[in-house]
Ligand binder design. Sequence first.
Ligand code: CIZ
Ligand code: SF4
Length: 314
Amino acid sequence: MTRQISLHVVDGGIMELIEQILKLKKEKNALILAHYYQIPEIQDVADFVGDSLALAKIGASDARDLIVLCGVRFMGETAKILSKNKKVLVPSLDAGCPMADMVDAKDLQRYKQANPNRTIVSYVNTTAEVKTLTDICVTSSNALNIMDKLEGEQFLFLPDRNLGTHIQSQMPEKDIELWPGFCLTHQRLRREDVLELMEANPSAQVLAHPECNQGVLGVADYIGSTKGILDYARNSQHKEFIVATEDGIMHPLSKDNPNKKFILASPRLVCMNMKKNSLQGLYRCLLEETNEILLDDQTIELAKKPLDRMLAMS
Ligand code: CIZ
Ligand code: SF4
């Protein structure tokens, strides 16, 4: 019966699908959260669109106890860790983050044993297991601010060497070792791609995410998180921008600033994992309450500590 409804709706077209999602959401009193890198249709159907920090905070403070997190797996896990009594679903359980998978918990455990004095600072793009071995988490929105305030002398920053190098460049007095991880999507963007666009659009400003490589960051007018880029574009007097982050951000940028022009720095800036989520997948997981994020109590308890520490400092 359930399957029939779902197939009927898929056949019925996108408007009917959206209507059914909104109806189900109301019936089940569910909260739909979407990351800025999701497809426009998912962003438009969500109750709230944001970066991983904002999504985690809303998930925890909202009264609804059924959450559908449209993003990648670590975002669903973060929502579950901060709201352990809520049911957290994701439209696609195999939407992972290749950068998060570049840290193996056993390797990190060995590193900690060999370097007991280093504070472990993890980008939120990590698995729940890696968070259990972490002293404090950061996101791209608060990394500089938190690292600046952190006491202690020696740090390991993981997994993103690009964000890590950017942090190092802003506080050279700190001893920060970097894990050799990176985002496959942002890493694909080359400095030459940006230079070509700059030549063709001389009045455009370059807005870059710190997951981009140093060649790209070196020519950026502004470096910041998705939220930072959105705020910068909104408040800027400039009218044209070259955007060096994942393609999904073009939707809120254009919606917020109908009179400004945004050029994606490369058509290759598409995260295949973020794009595994579809309206159909969202509908099915809401209807059948499948794809639940399940974590054991001990993992939740240990992984919550570095997240709580981050929230207290941001
Ligand atoms: O923290 C996030 O949400 C990510 C992955 C990107 C950003 O800069 O917001
Ligand atoms: Fe991971 Fe990069 Fe995709 Fe974000 S854009 S989910 S960091 S692979």
